[in-house]
Each structure stands twice: as C-alpha cells, then as structure tokens.
Write a protein that binds this ligand. Structure first.
Ligand code: ZN
Length: 375
C-alpha cells in the first residue's frame, strides 16, 4: 500500500489540511476502482467501512491478488469533519460559502469536448484512453480559487480515470440505498445485491453535479455531444459510479461496516480488479426505481413529528407516514404517502417547520422534473 498526502491549497493563514489517499495494487495497469467515504463529513458509516475495506485490500495485496489499482480515501472531507456549530457536526455544507460539499463538481464532458472531438476514431478502447488522457490534462491545469475548490480538485484528480467510483454516504435515518445514473445500472446491479440495497434510485443528470455524476456523466454526456456534432465515434460508458447510502448516521457498527466492506470487496472481485472466486450473488431485495418517482414527503405545518412508518416499510398511497402535532392548538395532522413504495429514508428531527423534508418514498412512476436532489 502506498499512502499519499495531498495538501489543500488556498488555506487560511497558519492552517494546514490534507486529504490522504491509500493506493493498493499496481498503478497505471489493469482496471482501477476509487472508493471514498464521508464527503458529507457527519456521515460516518462509510468511514468505518473504509477502515474494514483497507484491511481486506492490504491482505489481498500481500497475496498478490490485485490486478489493478484500488484507491481508498477514508476521510474525503477534512474541512467538513472539523466544522462544529452549537456542539453539532456541520459536515454537509461548507460554513464559509454554504455550498454543499457534494455538489458543483466540474462537467468533464464540457471541459474536454472541443479539444477531443477531432482526435477520436473507430476504436472504442483507444477512445477511452484518449478521453482519460484529456481529462487528466484538464484536471492538472484546473486552478482552484479557494480551499473548497482545492478539495474538489484533489478528489477529482484521484477518481477521474477510474472504471468504478463509489462514494460512501448515509442518510439521517435510512435503509441501505443507492443513487446512480441510468447508464451505470447494468454494471452496478450486482453491487446492490451484494450490499442488500433496499432501494435503487436511477436518474440521468439529477442536477447540481454530485461527485458520482461527475465521472459517470463524463461518458454519456460526451457521447451525446459527439452525436450532436454528427460524429459516430464509439464511446463506452467507461466509468460506473454510485452514491452508496450506508443506512443511518447513527448506525456505525463493526458488524455492519465489515459486511459492507466485504460486499464492496466481493464486487471488486466480480469486476476483475481482485483475483479469487467472487461471492455468489444474493437475490435482489428491490427493483430499481426512477429518482423522479421518489416522493419527498413534506411537512405541511409546524409541529412535533411522530412517525407512523419505519424506514424500510413498504407503503401504499394513502398510508400514514407521520403525524404532526400542535400541542397548543391541540391538533393532529396526518401526513400521507402519495406513491406506493419503500420509505427508504426519513429525517432524524422530531420538530419540523412547514415545507421541511421529512421522508422519502421510492415510487416507481416518474412525476418530478427539474433538479431531483435535495439541499
Ligand atoms: Zn451524503
């Protein structure tokens, strides 16, 4: 294993922060996987899964079983990890800019399109290599203007030429679920089975350019641009990336993290990055559904939130998700499911204001448009 420390640029005077990447297996040959944890810094189940995955990767490397490189970043957001307000972790938004740490990644297809379109030809493998070279060159010349952008550049530089990118998150209270772009789904379906995902939310350009979409989006967006140019150069969907939501913020346990690490390791075996017999695939626990069919259940009024539904419950339209109680007016308002599907996540607040998001239900019929991700 090689450890590389990447100092952030543009830090405040007297301050030093770095991102550390751990590299297993041969670099520059074979397939490459990139796994990071806790980009939203208060989401810690992935950090513990990375700790367990590191041990598995180190043992596999010792046994000479790495056919390609696996890059592991167990602490992807040292800026957010240090942020506190009123004794609470503040790891989702950078306090200085209010920017979500998992948004505003570059549109790599737009960045390289003009420079690459005349270089591509009829050989898919060669096209993949040319695109990766162009992306690496663009990332090298990217001049971040502040420490947050510098963090984004470091992470993008580590992941931009990977065949597989997994960004490990969690929700407030949730069952295990995945977000991925539709073109990645056929390749990631075995991962969702190994992890025991209870919901899979598919979209194509969900809005905001999250970390995972930066890498999967490169390929299908570039293919779309070439088509617009009237060019028919074959371009593979050469990167499959996903945001993996490892249940709830408070579910940080060795048992769960070891199982999640084993699932990811097994998927790396299936992908041919690690030698050895890959584990058998368990049955899928859910079907993939469109992110545009997912209901974000809102609080219509202010009050005390009492859930009727638990995470993982299969709800029908009209089922009670929660009650909102106003003990001054002495009223109870029921909040109902408007789609059929699994309630895969819910807030951990128990007092809500009007229009607050309180839960998510994975409906199968698309109905939402525009930006599909929450704040
Ligand atoms: Zn997150």
């Amino acid at each position: 294993m090689r450890r590389i420390d990447h100092p952030l640029e543009h830090q405040s005077l007297g301050r030093q922060t770095q991102v550390t990447s751990l590299h297993f297996g041969p670099s520059g040959q074979g397939p490459k996987a990139y796994v990071q944890a806790s980009l939203h810094a208060e989401e810690l189940p992935g950090m513990l899964a990375a700790f367990h995955l590191r041990a598995l990767l180190a043992a596999a490397e010792e046994q000479g079983r790495l056919r390609g490189e696996v890059v592991l970043v167990p602490v992807a957001n040292p800026i957010g990890l240090a942020q506190r307000l009123d004794h609470k972790s503040m790891g989702r938004f950078e306090l200085g800019s209010s920017e979500n740490f998992n948004r505003h990644y570059p549109d790599l297809a737009a960045a390289i399109h003009a420079g690459i379109k005349d270089q591509l030809g009829n050989d898919t493998t060669r096209n993949t290599a040319l695109v990766r070279t162009a992306v690496r060159a663009w990332v090298d010349q990217w001049q971040p203007s502040n420490a947050l952008q510098s963090l984004r550049k470091i992470l993008v530089a580590l992941a931009c030429d990977a065949d597989l990118v997994l960004d490990l998150h969690c929700d407030c209270e949730a069952v295990l679920h995945l977000y991925t772009e539709t073109p990645c789904w056929p390749r990631l379906e075995p991962l969702s089975r190994l992890l025991g995902a209870r919901a899979v939310l598919l979209a194509q350009d969900a809005g905001g350019v999250s970390f995972d979409e930066c890498f999967s989006g490169l390929w299908w967006k570039l293919a779309a641009r070439l088509k617009q140019d009237g060019l028919d150069h074959p371009l593979a969907q050469a990167c499959a990336s996903a945001t993996v939501e490892l249940r709830s913020e408070a579910e940080v346990s060795h048992d769960l993290a070891a199982a999640d690490a084993a699932a990811i390791f097994g998927f790396l075996q299936r992908e041919g990055i690690i030698d050895g017999p890959a584990p058998a695939l368990p049955a899928a626990l859910c079907a993939a559904t469109p992110l545009s069919g997912s209901q974000t259940v809102k609080a219509p009024v202010a009050g005390l939130l009492v859930f009727a539904a638990q995470t993982g419950d299969l709800l029908r339209t009209g089922d009670t998700v929660a009650e909102i109680i106003d003990p001054i007016a002495n009223t109870t308002m029921s909040v109902l499911a408007e789609v059929d599907g699994v309630m895969y996540a819910r807030t951990d607040d128990r007092y809500v204001l009007p229009d607050d998001d309180i839960a998510n239900i994975a409906g199968s019929v698309p109905f939402r448009t525009g930006s599909l991700l929450g704040a």
